[in-house]
Design a binder for this molecule. Structure first.
Ligand code: URA
Length: 192
């Protein structure tokens, strides 16, 4: 598994298939532990991810780590984290369709190599990339969908959205995320 990922990473680091290669500092391939259970797909690198070459290392990433830690999961031990596109769009704009298309082979390769049982679609960009028939994360978050290689996929709120919505009241985005992460952990624990 690791050597296959290393090969595709090497190709990805040298990628010049779309214009983002001209403005990136680093390609952000993945972080966390390659495993057959749990993969999270985010959106795209932001400023800090581009600087450091790792996904989810800014404020949103710190919150994501806390959400995982609340159910005893960590990227060091349990979760493989990657993004829909591997290079930062300037000013953090949404990825363009041609950028998603150019980058798709890397995400597909990651999923094919890992064949994870659970895939988390973190935010609208990951949702539209993996479940293009659905738009609007609010309607589908917390639900399970069939994914590639026999996986189950769950769309979840993006931590940046949670950072903008501070309430923890019943029904708030943070409260809903707490329900979702508990369901995810429950299903995770059922995987042999
Ligand atoms: N947001 C994402 O979707 N991915 C990152 O890596 C960082 C922020």
């Amino acid at each position: 598994m690791e050597s296959k990922l290393a090969k595709i990473k090497e190709k990805c680091l040298a990628c010049e298939k779309c214009n983002l290669c001209a403005t990136r500092t680093n390609v952000v391939f993945a972080d966390g532990i390659p495993n057959h259970k749990l993969v999270l797909i985010g959106e795209a690198p932001g400023y800090w991810e581009d600087q450091k070459g790792k996904p989810f290392v800014g404020k949103a990433g710190q919150l994501l780590d806390k959400i995982f830690a609340s159910v005893g999961l960590s990227r060091e031990r349990d979760v493989y984290i990657c993004n829909t596109i591997k290079c930062r769009p300037p000013e953090n704009r949404n990825p363009l369709p041609e950028e998603k298309e150019a980058c798709r082979e890397y995400l597909e390769a990651q999923l094919e190599i890992l064949q994870p049982k659970i895939i988390l679609l973190c935010g609208g960009v990951a949702l539209s990339s993996m479940l293009p028939q659905y738009s609007g994360i609010t309607k589908v978050r917390g639900k399970w969908f069939d994914g590639p290689y026999g996986s189950k996929m769950m769309p979840i709120f993006h931590p940046s959205y949670l950072l903008r919505n501070d309430s923890r009241e019943k029904g708030s985005p943070k409260w809903l995320m707490w329900q979702d992460i508990q369901e995810i952990k429950h299903q995770y624990d059922l995987i042999p």
